[in-house]
Design a binder for this molecule. Structure first.
Ligand SMILES: NC(=O)c1ccc[n+]([C@@H]2O[C@H](COP(=O)([O-])OP(=O)(O)OC[C@H]3O[C@@H](n4cnc5c(N)ncnc54)[C@H](O)[C@@H]3O)[C@@H](O)[C@H]2O)c1
Length: 321
């Protein structure tokens, strides 16, 4: 099989490329990335040594270029990891990359005869529920995006599903909760906490620190995409969540304890209140239909993550430039 991973030089995409090379070494991978913001060729590391791997610098909003790449490469599957992230907070950027980029990539796939497309979406499209509410968010839930990033991802998902029903291309979507693991950009909560703890700097959890997130180890997310590619039903959405729900303050505290930095100041920690949110989804569908379960526990995933940052200080120094 030949897979083209758009946005494969970022956090999730590069972990996917390493995951796929390990579990499907006979397959061919082509990474297409515009190397914007968090895209980094260093994330792809030893993939470059493989004859079954190629990197092409290109922008998914540039449809003619993408189309010519697809016509030459003829992938069996295109996976779209390319995105402008939540941290940009810029509606124009999210619209251009996440909506226009996805639509042009899809159109290019259809025009080049690519039979299969997977959209890496996010659980953020559903918004959050109030802490303490036991409402379950299934794939049938209407999106209620709480950020311009989530709104653009929800809009892209709608285009993907519509294109799948109108055109000759089989599409699927995954909506995973917050990821953590190696090579995540240093301004995300877990790497930022590790880096601040190592520098003995004060750490501020976002908001009140009491928002609760489900955390999925990035390799488990990659394995969920693997299951969907092989066994997912065209036209279907699959939620992905690991059940590791932690408040931001618990996450910060866990990392400080693990790094032996109990002296780090945790600023003004209030008690959980009615405005605090829970960010998670129900993942029964991928569990029941595709036999996916997370394999990485919170404690082992956190250990793997901080050990990676401890051993790759040059990587995150480079990322901050
Ligand atoms: N990080 C998470 O916690 C998380 C959780 C669930 C879903 N996701 C989804 O996974 C995907 C990847 O997220 P990430 O955290 O790896 O982001 P990232 O920012 O680390 O990676 C995005 C990649 O896309 C590339 N890119 C951006 N614009 C592009 C363009 N116009 N053309 C080609 N490449 C472009 C960037 O260079 C980068 O390599 C996103 O779609 C995101 O919604 C992420």
């Amino acid at each position: 099989m030949k897979i083209l991973a758009a946005g494969g030089a970022g956090f999730v995409g590069s972990n996917f490329i390493h995951y796929w090379r390990k579990h499907h070494p006979w397959d061919t991978l082509v990474c297409v990335d515009a190397l914007k913001r968090r895209g980094n060729l260093r994330n792809l590391g030893e993939a470059f040594e493989s004859p079954n791997f190629a990197f092409i610098e290109a922008d998914i909003t540039d449809q003619p270029t993408i189309e010519s790449i697809l016509k030459v490469e003829k992938p069996d599957v295109v996976i779209n990891f390319a995105a402008a992230g939540r941290e940009s907070g810029r509606a124009d950027l999210c619209l251009e990359t996440n909506v226009t980029g996805t639509v042009r990539l899809l159109e290019a796939c259809v025009n080049s005869g690519v039979p299969r497309f997977h959209q890496v979406s996010t659980a953020d499209v559903y918004g959050a529920i109030s802490l303490g509410d036991d409402h379950q968010i299934y794939e049938t839930e209407a999106p209620r995006p709480g950020s311009v990033y989530a709104a653009s991802k929800a809009a892209a998902d709608a285009f993907v599903l519509a294109c799948g029903s109108e055109k000759a291309i089989a599409v699927t979507i995954s909506r995973c909760t917050a990821n953590y693991g190696p090579s995540q950009t240093p301004n995300a909560l877990i790497p930022e906490t590790i880096i601040h703890a190592l520098h003995n700097q004060d750490i501020d959890a976002p908001g009140t620190g009491q928002n609760v997130r489900d955390w999925t180890f990035v390799e488990d997310h990659c394995r969920a995409i693997d299951r969907i590619l092989f066994n997912g039903e065209p036209g279907e959405i699959y939620n992905v969540a690991s059940g590791a729900e932690r408040s931001d303050i618990e996450t910060v505290q866990t990392l400080c304890d693990a790094l032996g930095k109990s002296a780090v100041q945790l600023e003004n920690v209030p008690l959980p209140g009615p405005k605090d949110k829970l960010f998670t989804v129900n993942a029964d569908k991928i569990h029941d239909e595709l036999n996916w379960t997370p394999r990485t526990t919170w404690s082992s995933g956190i250990k793997t993550t901080y050990e990676w940052y401890l051993h790759h200080m040059d990587w995150w120094d480079d990322q901050k430039k």
